[in-house]
Design a protein around this ligand. Structure first.
Ligand SMILES: [Zn+2]
Length: 470
């Protein structure tokens, strides 16, 4: 068998978060409300109506461009992409062809070709009894399309790119980018070749989960190689993905740009972005949040584990809670690590979803972490108090004083507990002398219990060992 190189380029659509649609005042809320309730004569394509560009949508795309170190267009215009289908009431979709808002840039070392702005189509629902029905709530919703260079060579890299883009769009507040809701949709162009030139490109559409993205690409690479090995040609076509069967299937022969007869939309003004005060580069940079790559680097330098970093930065509730808990000036790396551990390992499992962190007390969590870090309380006590203090809002200092939970670091006091426990368990102490480690652990446990959890565990273990073994 020859050696084949797979080449993959991605086209990713994301619905942008704005109050209103791309070119009218209808509500941008395609996932709620009665079908066909967020519509007006403009997005329904009535004759004589005029579209108006949504500035916020333009700003979102430019912000994504800045985050990707891309070039922002100084001049841009909108084009009509002509085709006839019930999901597009005007008979054309307003998109950008020759002058996209953003070009270049990269994410996860994958080069980006362009990002342009367009309007979403209506949602067609088939198999609904008689015929199909169309819901126009989605028609005209602002949509960005990001196109990568054909520089990806395996399914996993494509999946990682899509995951990172989702995280970035969420961080920027540009899109919720839930794939299962269709807020982010991935298409993959896949070819394989045994020479220096590209093979025939097949487009796989409607990939609505990261699993589908990786599954469809892996399947398509294998299918195309097998076809070429049989001496057959790969046909340039659009294929769908059957999640259940784990296979792609032929849908239609692919259209080319010529089929759409793109031309500049005469109803919309050309945009000269050099003069826009509100959309200037410095304004966008000013409002830029800390990006995922930057956070990752910062936390890696502190010494947080890679998986822990992903848990923290991939969810906005966890990320916000953690950022607030460690935002104190001069907080030591050891305490930041401690805070990350208690948050991800102990606090999160007490909640039914990370969203509940929004109702948790950050200041109490910070106080509790300070108490553990300084040795005022031991880790057992801190874990036991998490619910009362962080979820229910009890003051940790008062609670510790009230229940007498302060860590007992006094040798004298700890020795008194040890003497009491050994008097009751002299046989177990003999077992320790024969070298039985579990017997020692048992005695440590008994002493901790006798101290109601307040003894310093390290001090306790070392005194106990000394007492029995001499
Ligand atoms: Zn409308």
């Amino acid at each position: 068998m020859k050696t084949y190189t797979p080449t993959i380029g991605l086209e990713i659509h994301a619905e942008l978060k704005t109050e209103t649609k791309m070119f009218c005042d209808s509500k941008n809320d395609p996932h709620h409300g009665e079908p066909n309730s967020h519509i007006c004569p403009i997005c329904m394509g009535h004759p004589g109506t005029l579209p108006v560009i949504n500035k916020r949508a333009v700003e979102h795309v430019l912000t994504v461009g800045v985050a990707l170190n891309a070039n922002l267009a100084s001049y841009t215009e909108f084009d009509r992409k002509n085709y006839f289908y019930p999901d597009i009431p005007k008979g054309y979709q307003i998109s950008q062809y020759a002058y996209p808002l953003v070009t270049g840039g990269s994410l996860c070392d994958v080069a980006i070709t362009r990002i342009h702005l367009e309007e979403d189509t209506a949602r067609s629902l088939h198999d609904q009894g008689e015929g199909s029905i169309v819901d126009y709530n989605r028609a005209g919703v602002p949509l960005m399309e990001l196109v990568t260079e054909p520089v990806i060579h395996d399914a996993k890299t494509a999946g990682d790119f899509a995951r990172e883009l989702q995280l970035l769009l969420r961080t920027l507040g540009a899109s919720d980018a839930n794939m299962e809701k269709g807020e982010m949709r991935v298409e993959a162009n896949i070819s394989v070749s045994d020479s220096d030139s590209f093979g025939t490109k097949v487009e796989v559409k409607n990939l609505n989960s990261f699993k589908s993205v990786e599954g469809a690409i892996a399947f398509e690479i294998k299918r195309q190689i097998e076809q070429l090995e049989r001496g057959e040609k790969v046909i340039q076509e659009t294929r769908g993905w059957d999640e259940v069967k784990g296979k792609t299937f032929a849908q239609r022969i692919k259209e080319t740009a010529n089929d759409y007869r793109y031309f500049p939309d005469p109803d919309l003004p050309k945009l000269d972005l050099r003069i826009g005060e509100e959309l200037s580069l410095s304004r966008i940079q000013e409002k830029m949040p800390v990006l995922p790559a930057k956070k990752r680097e910062k936390y890696e330098n502190i010494g947080l584990a890679r998986e822990q970093i992903e848990v923290i930065i991939s969810n906005k509730f966890i990320d916000t809670f953690f950022s607030n808990a460690v935002s104190i000036d001069g907080i030591e790396p050891e305490r930041i690590k401690l805070t990350a551990n208690y948050l991800t390992t102990d606090l999160l499992p007490l909640l039914s979803s990370p969203a509940e962190l929004a109702n948790c007390s950050v200041s109490n969590f910070v106080s509790l972490m300070a108490l553990v870090h300084s040795g005022k309380i031991n880790s057992r006590i801190a874990k036991d108090l998490l619910r009362d203090v962080v979820i229910d809002g009890a003051d940790p200092v008062a609670l510790i004083a009230e229940k007498g939970l302060e860590q007992n670091n006094s040798e004298e006091a700890v020795m008194a507990i040890i003497d009491k426990v050994l008097a009751e368990h002299s046989a177990v102490a003999d077992e320790v002398r024969t070298g039985k480690d579990s017997a020692l652990q048992f005695l440590v446990g008994q002493c901790m219990r006798a101290s109601r959890g307040s003894a310093n565990p390290q001090l306790l273990a070392s005194l106990l060992r000394k007492k029995i073994l001499g």
